[in-house]
Design a protein around this ligand. Structure first.
Ligand SMILES: NC(=O)c1ccc[n+]([C@@H]2O[C@H](COP(=O)([O-])OP(=O)(O)OC[C@H]3O[C@@H](n4cnc5c(N)ncnc54)[C@H](OP(=O)(O)O)[C@@H]3O)[C@@H](O)[C@H]2O)c1
Length: 326
């Protein structure tokens, strides 16, 4: 499929489409200046980004919404040009909590629908307002997941017009099958957002998703911010990789651009995060070169099968997805 800066949507199984690159918007709230997110989204829209990946958990959906509203008011874009993905957090899996959670997101965004709403993780936390609930001994308060019941509540949100497409995140094959095989399934998940980059290429999950018409969305496509609080930094920095840098030299591109091109060229959507104007621009300049088949294979061979994002706080939860092979 020919992808260009002006036209880079790829189809979703429900008849909608998704831009193959989006701006990731997660930035440590404590380390991020107020207004940086809104400024970055506006710069991104000017550059040509139309897809924004966010979440209530990121504490900046209001800034994303302000930036989108401003650009719509300016006449730079129309609502239907923009694709926003929001996420249902782990404390809101209980079916009655799903619609109110989505409505909170819509209120922050000042939008009347989101384009995609996804279950952020398959593990549930104790329902309530505490985002990371712990008991008095500092132990995580898990809750039993009922992913099919959560999914049915999401289907009702789509029927109510609050969301165009439904998807999941951090689901393994078994969890995807649970939804796909649910009796009475009304809407299939259109996408699965998972860690994916040249050091974690996800060959098996990608094959399974392709077979089921599920688009894979790659989070941390540049190898994360390497914040040791949540990133496994024993795996080396992706962007220092010798092959990515030498291919970058060949095409007058950076290692980051090669890593992003690798994924979009194999049909994987990328959502790199930067709040730096130069990098926001750099990360979008991936439509004016292509990698040869041999180069794609040599990048695939960089796979180390080691995650940067291990989500270890959930490793004892019965739905922890990463114990399974894929
Ligand atoms: N569903 C999930 O569970 C999940 C998990 C993780 C992430 N996500 C989503 O995926 C998005 C992206 O993932 P991520 O933020 O973990 O990692 P990422 O996009 O792989 O990397 C972001 C880091 O790379 C830096 N960077 C960006 N462009 C660069 C470039 N061209 N050259 C060098 N460094 C560059 C950024 O710094 P500056 O900002 O300083 O440029 C930031 O520190 C998130 O923002 C979020 O929307 C979802």
């Amino acid at each position: 499929m020919y992808l260009s800066a002006a036209n880079h949507r790829i189809p979703l199984s429900d008849g909608n489409s998704i831009p193959v690159i989006g701006l990731g918007t997660f930035s440590e709230p404590a380390l991020t200046k107020k207004g940086d997110c809104a400024a970055s989204v506006k710069i991104a829209i000017n550059i040509g980004y139309r897809h924004f990946d966010g979440a209530h958990l990121y504490q900046n959906e209001n800034e994303v919404g302000d930036a989108i509203s401003e650009k719509i008011a300016e006449g730079k874009v129309k609502r239907e040009d923009i694709f926003y993905c929001g996420k249902l957090w782990a404390t809101n899996h209980v079916p009655e909590m799903v619609r109110p959670a989505l409505e909170r997101t819509l209120k922050s965004l000042k939008l009347d629908y989101v384009d995609l709403y996804i279950i952020e993780v398959p593990m549930a936390f104790k329902p309530g307002n505490e985002v990371y609930p712990k008991d008095e001994n500092g132990k995580w308060l898990y809750h039993k997941s009922d992913l099919c019941a959560t999914w049915e509540a999401l289907e009702a949100c789509k029927d109510a017009g609050l969301v165009k497409s439904l998807g999941v995140s951090n689901f393994n094959r078994r969890q995807l099958e649970l939804i796909l095989n649910k009796p009475g399934l009304k809407y299939k998940p259109v996408s699965n957002q998972v860690e994916c980059h040249p050091y974690f290429t996800q060959p098996k999950l990608l094959k399974f998703c392709r077979q089921h018409d599920i688009v894979v969305v790659a989070y941390s496509p540049l190898g994360t911010s390497r914040n040791p609080l949540w990133v496994n930094i024993s795996s080396p920095p992706l962007l220092n990789d010798a092959l990515l840098n030498s291919l970058g030299k060949k095409y007058r591109k950076t290692a980051a651009q090669v890593a992003l091109r690798f994924n979009i060229q194999r049909g994987v959507v990328v959502i790199p995060k930067s709040f730096k104007p130069e990098r926001i621009k750099e990360n979008f300049q991936i439509f004016d070169f292509s990698l040869t088949e041999e180069e794609m294979k040599s990048i695939e061979a960089l796979n180390k099968n080691i995650r940067f994002v291990e989500m270890l706080m959930w490793c004892d939860h019965p739905e922890y997805p990463f114990h399974d092979e894929y």
